[in-house]
Design a protein around this ligand. Structure first.
Ligand code: UDP
Ligand code: MG
Length: 338
């Protein structure tokens, strides 16, 4: 009985209850200065979308303020295929926000997020769709192997996810990026979340619903260089931690206790030395203690500042992103703000 119910729910979930139309699958691709490789990506991805059995498709590209010819090239895709839409940002807003805009513009019964650099193989979408038809709301792609990434990146990524798991209550799976399929109901929940410092893979875990994964080997970038320099990676990591955990604030308190405890221990040792008639040298120990306390205090203020900055960012009533132009052969351009 439960199984039958599960199947019925899965069927309605991908729109099979509506007999007059095929379920729609949206492919969302953020692109930032990807002119070199975007053509190869589009050819491969479009071939996969065309080959999906019993599914209609749309492809949504988000040009995240590219300074190269990315938008021009992607507009040509839209001119030749009415299923393609290109949303152009007014400037670079970042990968996570570009995915958000794609999600806002997607109308699919299921949506797949995929990178433009062919590190995520589009062919995996077949397997993702199968799992979705089995009734899963989220099918994330788990990396079994990663090609062409530096030891530093692999190590920092592993450490980051371990830290995040231990700090937050939600279960963010390891070795998983944003390459994933989500059902319409998960998409609706995500669309309702308008936070600005976004960490999408965390939000998807937070939403819940039945989730599963498919395994794949992550390839090297097809062309161009990573668009994630260390600075963007750090912001991404901070967003992940601060939006899912208050533990750093507690760490600040613990450091305060720790520093006080050390000060008391030292005080005790000074008394003992004094009792034994040992002269206690003043200057050096004073400096060490002052610098230590100063350091601890600055770290704690810094942690507070991270959260305060994010609160400030959230309360500003600005849109999450600004669309400059939408290219599509199916409809005329109407810039619609977030
Ligand atoms: N990207 C983006 N805006 C940015 C940085 C990256 O839209 O500010 C896109 C980029 O074009 C690519 C995806 O996000 O499609 C992932 O970026 P990248 O491959 O550079 O990241 P990595 O795989 O090195 O982590
Ligand atoms: Mg990449």
């Amino acid at each position: 009985m439960a199984q039958v119910l599960h199947r019925v729910m899965a069927a309605t979930q991908y729109g099979a209850s509506d007999m007059t139309r095929k379920p729609l699958l949206s492919l969302v691709t953020p692109a930032y200065n990807e002119a070199e490789g975007i053509q190869a990506f589009h050819a491969r991805a479009q071939a996969v979308m065309e080959s999906l059995d019993g599914l209609d498709y749309e492809m949504i590209y988000v040009d995240d303020g590219s300074r190269d010819d990315s938008f021009k090239i992607m507009s040509e895709f839209a001119a030749t295929n009415p299923r393609v839409k290109v949303v152009k940002f007014s400037r670079n807003f970042g990968h996570q926000i570009a995915i958000t805009a794609g999600l806002d513009h997607a109308r699919g019964d299921a949506i797949v997020f995929i990178d433009a650099d062919l590190q995520d193989p589009p062919e995996l979408i077949h397997e993702m769709v199968t799992k979705w038809r089995d009734g899963f709301d989220v099918v994330y792609a788990k990396r079994a192997r990663r090609e062409g990434e530096t030891k530093f990146k692999l190590w920092t990524a592993a450490m980051f996810y371990r830290l995040l798991r231990s700090l937050s209550n939600i279960d963010i799976p390891q070795d998983v990026g944003d390459f994933r399929l989500i059902s319409a109901r998960v998409a609706n929940e995500l669309r309702a979340m308008r936070e600005k410092d976004r960490f999408i893979r965390g939000l998807v875990s937070w939403v819940g619903f039945p989730q599963t994964f498919v395994l794949y080997d992550r390839d090297e970038r097809f062309a161009g260089e990573t668009k994630y320099p260390l600075k963007k990676m750090l912001k991404f990591a901070f967003d992940g931690i601060t939006s899912f955990s208050n533990t750093p604030l507690k760490v600040a308190t613990w450091m305060g206790y720790g520093a006080s405890a050390l000060a008391f221990l030292y005080l005790a040792s000074v008394f003992v030395q004094w009792a034994f008639g040992i002269t206690v040298e003043g200057w050096a120990t004073m400096m060490v203690a002052m610098l230590f306390l100063g350091g601890v205090q600055l770290i704690c203020i810094g942690i507070l500042g991270e959260y305060l900055g994010r609160i400030f960012n959230e309360i500003k009533p600005r849109p999450v992103y600004i669309v400059q132009e939408v290219a599509s052969s199916a409809e005329t351009t109407t810039p619609d703000l977030d």
